[in-house]
Design a protein around this ligand. Structure first.
Ligand code: ATP
Length: 136
């Protein structure tokens, strides 16, 4: 029999339906911090931050890197609209390591022309990718 705690989850990016199905809990990094959302949450929207998304389903957990976008929470359904989302096997580890080093170097210089908030976000994206790819 279907688990009563399941809710409908749809994760969409501009180019694909990233994942769609029944989930027990969804963990994400948002502007309000790390959140874990269950069925029957009060309706609200949240803004995504780069991080590891964990989709808890019956019998396991799927992880993906998600970098920007927002989510709409309804009591029976959560929709994630992500600008970029990647499964572990889609991540180019060397590219992520290079992006991490580039961002770290930018943050270490004291050049006023450097947009530090942009470098910080790029660093978070690289760290999320390396975490999902189990490099750390
Ligand atoms: P980079 O500096 O390496 O371009 P980025 O964080 O600026 O990284 P994004 O703007 O987040 O890149 O993504 C642009 C596109 O490149 C997206 O389609 C994203 O999936 C892809 N991409 C970026 N980095 C990686 C990676 N390490 N592995 C796989 N795809 C990646």
């Amino acid at each position: 029999m279907a688990d009563e705690r399941n809710f409908d989850l749809e994760i969409i990016t501009p180019d694909r339906v990233f994942w769609k199905g029944q989930a027990l809990m969804l963990e994400l990094n948002t502007t309000e911090g790390e959140v874990g959302i269950y069925k029957r949450h009060i309706p609200m929207t949240m803004i995504l931050q780069p991080g590891v998304m964990k989709i808890h389903v019956e019998g396991g957990t799927k992880e993906a890197a998600v970098h920007a976008g927002f989510l709409e929470i309804l009591p029976e359904k959560i929709t994630v609209m992500a600008e970029v989302a990647e499964w572990p096997e889609e991540i180019d580890i060397n590219r992520a390591k290079e992006a991490e080093l580039r961002a770290q170097r930018r943050l270490q210089t004291h050049d006023p022309k450097i947009d530090t908030s942009r470098a910080e976000i790029a660093l978070k994206r690289a760290i999320a990718r390396l975490e999902v790819a189990k490099v750390r």
